[in-house]
Design a protein around this ligand. Structure first.
Ligand SMILES: *Cc1c(COP(=O)(O)O)cnc(C)c1O
Length: 440
């Protein structure tokens, strides 16, 4: 046997073993236990490339679900992990604190809209949203208004998979239809009209006004993803909507929660999507890109008004994850944020936006395409028919690209370090996929 044949055989044995173990024992996200296409074993990742165990290499068009903004295996982020792991990977956060958490909190307060200045570290985005919802409920409880105990939101939202989060996800297209019997009732308004530059629809505004007029006494908070609704439909809307929402929340004594778990850290072309509107929420959730994709960490920020309200009369905020403010995660989040701020991220994201618009917009003319939408480092093709993953996946793997369509959507959100030629390879794979799908 030749040396190279031996390597190929060993490699394919390993791929088979991983796939067999995976297939026998492991659940994957939003999947039946036997998904239609077996998950691909990954050996390592570097820059924007994912190296598969079978020797193939894929350009990552997903940044691992919006997170890996600096790409993989980044020397500066690796160094932050190395340095921290020698000190401690973890200590409990009850009664103890540490420099990575303190410095990260300072940084987050500096870069997020004023007057957000109090930080709760959570261990995932969903938990950050749960904490945001608890903060709103506990605030009104402390103020002697227990009746303000319901949430309002818009359709097509996505806020996470735990029960509180599910209740404010889109009630129909959301992945959580199945649990509607057990979820608390929520007031839903229609999703804001599509179009970053299109004027806010009169109906959208009167809808908020009518809901608040009728129900403000029972509404604790309004939760929304600013400017871009992510996993609930990849919808982009006019930031002026948020200005009106802020004004009406103030008028009717309703707290405003912005969920920037997907949009934060530059993805939409501003550091935070709320900057497009120059509007500050009462509570803000961050996650996903906060660690540059290295670890699981999220944060809920609020103002001293809300946190003093909650804490008045010796009341405590009733949440405390075991891995709260994990020092490794905080250290790498701090390094990732500093790396972002030190570089020309805004020019990079703008360049990505320009390329995505140029290359994807012409696809709008195809009969199978319903819409094309781009903002920042997000490019979305909405198809008229649901995308069949078993047809689509082989096409983009063949093109050397990793994408993960869902519903009617083929979209990319690459790492910001993606080169022009890599980005073209991604958008070519997207249009190849569009063309490979059936017409109607
Ligand atoms: C991903 C996401 C969440 C949930 O975050 P997890 O870390 O998956 O729990 C919540 N809100 C938005 C807007 C998200 O994109």
């Amino acid at each position: 046997m030749t040396e190279s044949k031996k390597i190929t055989d060993t490699r394919s044995d390993k791929v088979k073993r991983i796939s067999a173990l995976d297939g026998a024992h492991i659940w994957h996200p939003y999947a039946s236990f036997t998904p239609p296409i077996a998950p691909l074993p990954v050996l390592r990742a570097e820059g924007v490339d994912i190296y598969l165990e079978d020797g193939r290499k894929l350009i990552d068009g997903m940044a691992s679900w919006w997170c890996a903004i600096h790409g993989y295996n980044h020397p500066i982020l690796n160094e932050a992990v190395d340095n921290q792991i020698k000190k401690m990977s973890h200590v409990m956060f009850g009664g103890l604190t540490h420099e990575p958490a303190a410095e990260l909190a300072r940084t987050l307060v500096e870069i997020t809209p004023e007057p957000l200045n109090r930080v709760f570290f959570a261990d995932s985005g969903s938990i950050a949203v749960e904490v945001a919802m608890k903060m709103a409920l506990q605030y009104w409880l402390s103020l002697g208004k227990p009746g303000k105990c319901r949430f309002a939101t818009v359709r097509n939202g996505y806020h996470g998979d735990s029960f509180g989060c599910m209740s404010v996800c889109d009630p129909i297209n959301g992945m959580h239809e199945k649990f509607s019997n057990v979820l608390p009732p929520v007031h839903f308004l229609p999703a804001p009209q599509l179009g970053f530059s299109l004027p806010v629809a009169e109906d959208d505004i009167s809808g908020i006004q009518e809901l608040f007029t009728a129900k403000h006494q029972e509404i604790a908070a309004f939760i929304i993803e600013p400017v871009v609704q992510g996993a609930g439909g990849m919808r982009i809307y006019n930031p002026h909507y948020l200005q009106t929402l802020r004004r009406l929340c103030d008028e009717f004594n309703i707290l405003l929660i912005f969920d920037e778990i997907a949009t934060g850290f530059g993805r939409t072309g501003e550091l935070f999507a709320s900057h497009h509107a120059r509007v500050s929420p009462d509570i803000l959730t961050l996650g996903k890109a906060i660690c540059g994709g290295y670890m699981t960490l999220a944060a809920t920020l609020t103002t001293d008004k809300i946190s003093d309200g909650i804490s008045s009369g010796d009341s405590v905020l009733m949440h405390g994850p075991t891995f709260m403010a994990n020092p490794l995660a905080c250290a790498v989040a701090l390094a990732s944020t500093e790396l972002l701020l030190a570089g020309p991220w805004q020019e990079r994201v703008k360049a990505i936006e320009d390329t995505l618009s140029e290359t994807l917009t012409p696809l709008k003319n195809l009969p199978q395409v319903a819409d094309v939408r781009c903002i920042g480092a997000i490019g979305v093709i909405e198809m008229r028919q649901p995308v069949d993953i078993t047809t689509a996946q082989p096409v983009f793997i063949e093109a050397g690209v990793w994408l993960r369509p869902f519903g009617h959507l083929i979209y990319c959100m690459p790492p910001y370090i993606v080169s022009d030629s890599q980005l073209h390879q991604i958008t070519c794979a997207m249009s190849d996929t569009v063309n490979a799908l059936p017409l109607e």
